[in-house]
Design a protein around this ligand. Sequence first.
Ligand SMILES: [Zn+2]
Ligand SMILES: [Zn+2]
Length: 351
Amino acid sequence: MALQEYECPACGGAMEFNPKTQKLKCPYCDSEFDVKDYVANHNSSSTGTPTESTSSETGESEPLFIYSCGSCGGEIITTESLGSTKCPFCSNNIVVKEKFTGEFKPDYIIPFAKTKEDAVSTYKSYVAERKLVPPVFAEKNHIDEIRGIYVPFWLYDATEHFSGEYKATKHRSWSDSRYYYTETKYYSVLREGTESFKQVPVDASKEMPDDLMDSLEPFDRSKMLSFNMGYLAGFLANKYNVSSEESISRALSRMEHTTTIDFQQTVSGYDSVTPVNVTCSTVNSSHKYALYPVYILNTSWNGQNYLFAMNGQTGKFVGKLPFSFTQALKYYIPFALGFTALAYIAMFFFM
Ligand SMILES: [Zn+2]
Ligand SMILES: [Zn+2]
């Protein structure tokens, strides 16, 4: 398998995609290159051999692949879906080309716009605001574990055809000196039409929790670009391992739900509306494949998993950090004592 490497033409250093300048940058000599120009002109010559082995630690048989680094010859171990990574020995950035070409070639990519430093400072202030988290979460070697990763997504376009029949009523009541009158008018309301959707995203990675990816939305798709391998340099990237056929039902049911609500909302001005017969069906659909940028810190502590994730484009983040009882004591006890002392003094003066 061919590996794409990002050797600096000036000094041979390992270049990385820089979210600030949106260019490939060499951290050693500061040379910068346009992503498209570089990848077109520098095709890597080195190859790696995938060696299928079985991970014995987890007991599950997830195949691991071993590539030899074109720069130092060291062994780079990846999972089946991980296609962009760093050599652990020389920090060379490599992309396994086969994971992002042919049937796995993404149509689009949203490049990282936030740097790892942005993610680190967001994480630090998140931890600082929560004074009750265990100190281990604020330690440097822990923070260094924050990783930028491109997550695979399916983007669905579809048109939904809707047809609905509703029973609706309008009430009127009045009275005169002898009687109290109520009048109920009955209506049969019909609605029919189509609603079109563009680029409804569904994450295409088994490893990513669906609810987490949903909570990192929205991504600004107006900044989405045609895929180029250069954007992957220095970041992790997964290829999809959930097919578009498996994911489409999630997208279509979201669209059907929205269409049904949108049409029902046009039935207005009545006192009651009851659906009698409502159908929604997909007329046509198509999909594209895209990579989205996410920073992730995954920690297990005291037997539980904790997660910090940040949208690599907008900086929006979600976190779930633990609560430490020892920290709570340290933080609250001086405050509680101080308060009691004040109350005591106050009592003393007023007696
Ligand atoms: Zn250089
Ligand atoms: Zn290496």
